[in-house]
Design a protein around this ligand. Structure first.
Ligand code: UD1
Ligand code: CA
Length: 450
């Protein structure tokens, strides 16, 4: 399918979104709507993809990047006009041209492939992707003759009362034979209720020219387009259901799928149990047999097998097998946590490495640290990493025991096997296997109170 071209129409403003952000950049399941459409094209094996952009085109180009091409439509004179200005990018032969819309993100590769198959098997000049809707209001209607041959598409606003009763609607997505599309676009005009160039008129034009047209029908959920924030939330809900069901079918246990928010590209192993309120985002990978307990948020992380995470936030970090995190821990970006580690309640870890079997059980801040294995950090340990200007590193080697309420003033190193007494403020290196005490001695004043 090397020569197939896809055009994604995305030049419109999306007034009803009531937003400064261009419509196709609004996100569903963590990705901009247009990115979902691009993924569907890629799944269908389409290599040449263009987006027709106009309103805030810079924002779209900056977000989506240069994996696709862009065609600028300065004035949005209708979907037909979007294709007219794209003509020079289309092949002048019989190759297929797929037209999609940037605000219908539920489209998938399989549906596009099915449409292309009908198109090519029947040697059609145009194939319209359609669906039957219980409420077709607002959509273009598919007008067919008694034998089921496609006659034309009529826009809701231009439809007769009789035509408005038709429940098969135009998705706004098509497959065209490029050379026939190009010759037919020349005959498009804007004589309709909106004064726009309707791409939908191309069907009637092609039929008049004796070119074969037809349709490919799909389910209502696939073609759903977003025009408002309410519809965006409906799309989000459908995607959430699809993503969660796919994960459950692969062996993940989701206690309450309606209240579990997982992005599309997230990977999760079998027998991992996810409790309500968890939000798992971006490129996160989670192993098997894990427990993600209520309201944890995990973004772009790599989590091993048999890990327990409870009510915690983890960002752009790695966690090894059999480690437990939380409740109420905060793992900030660029942290690498080993295997069999315990990160307990109210522990914050920032840009640090934590070795295997280490315990940081409660109320501790580890910033810019390198902590070895079998280390114990007592309650209330603080890595004093910031002097007001610069960040400094703290190194705690293997088998170290740090008592409660210790400040480690960076840059500083605690050598392996050392022991630090509770309440110490450590400013100098602690040699191997030494005990460091850095606090005032207690004095007791006898008979002070009478
Ligand atoms: C269009 C179809 C309608 C179909 C519906 C499905 C036409 C005339 N009508 O109507 O039959 O049922 O989609 O959702 O095509 N766009 C541009 N440039 C333009 C105009 C629009 O790029 O000049 C883009 C928009 O950004 C949008 C898409 O094309 O992504 C559809 O345009 P929109 O105005 O929403 O068309 P509808 O009225 O919904
Ligand atoms: Ca629309």
């Amino acid at each position: 399918m090397g020569d197939t071209v896809a055009l994604i129409l995305a030049a419109g403003k999306g007034t009803r979104m009531k937003s400064e952000i261009p419509k196709v950049l609004h996100k569903a399941a963590g990705k901009a709507m247009i990115e979902h459409v691009i993924t569907a094209c890629e799944e269908a094996g389409v290599k040449r993809i263009y987006a027709v952009v106009g309103h805030k085109s810079e924002d779209i180009i900056n977000t989506v990047g240069d994996n696709i091409g862009y065609i600028i439509q300065d004035q949005q004179l209708g979907t037909g006009h979007a294709l007219i200005i794209s003509s020079e990018y289309l092949p002048k032969d019989k190759s297929s041209v797929i037209v999609l819309v940037g605000d219908a993100p539920l489209i998938d590769g399989k549906t596009i492939e099915d449409m292309i198959k009908i198109h090519e098997d029947n040697d059609l000049s145009a194939t319209v992707l359609t669906s039957r809707l219980s409420d077709p209001t607002g959509y273009g209607r598919i007008v067919k003759d008694a034998d089921g041959n496609l006659l034309k598409i009529v826009e809701h606003k231009d439809a007769t009362e009789e035509e408005k009763k038709i429940d098969e609607v135009n998705s706004g997505m098509y497959c065209f034979k490029s050379e026939d599309l190009l010759s037919s676009l020349k005959e498009l005009d804007n004589k309709n209720s909106q004064g726009e160039y309707y791409l939908t008129d191309i069907i009637e034009i092609m039929n008049r020219k004796g070119l074969k047209t037809g349709s490919s029908i799909t389910s209502a959920n696939i073609i759903k387009a977003v025009n408002s924030k309410v519809e965006l939330s409906q799309i989000e809900k459908i995607m959430r259901k699809q993503i969660n069901e796919k994960l459950m079918e692969s062996g993940v246990t989701i206690i309450d799928p309606k209240n579990t928010y997982i992005h599309k590209d997230v990977q999760i192993g079998a027998d991992t149990i996810i409790y309500p309120g968890c939000i798992i985002e971006g490129s996160t990978k989670i192993g098997k047999g894990c427990m993600l307990i209520n309201n944890s948020r995990i973004v772009d992380c790599e989590i091993g097998d048999f890990v327990t995470i409870q009510s915690s936030t983890l960002l752009k970090s790695t966690v090894g097998d059999h480690t437990t995190v939380g409740p109420y821990a905060y793992i900030r970006p660029e942290s690498t946590i080993g295997k069999h580690v315990k990160i307990g309640d109210f522990v914050e870890v920032k840009k640090s490495v934590i070795g295997d079997n280490t315990k940081i059980s409660h109320l501790t801040y580890v910033g810019d640290g390198e902590v070895g294995s079998n280390v114990n950090l007592g309650c209330g340990v603080v890595f004093v990493n910031y002097d007001g200007k610069n960040k400094h590193k703290t190194i705690v080697e293997d088998d170290v025991f740090v008592g409660c309420n210790v400040n480690l003033v960076a840059p500083v190193t605690v050598k392996s096997g050392a022991y630090i007494a509770a309440g110490s403020t450590i400013t100098d290196e602690v040699p191997e296997k030494n005990l460091a005490i850095a606090r005032c001695r207690q004095t007791n004043k006898p008979n002070y109170f009478k």
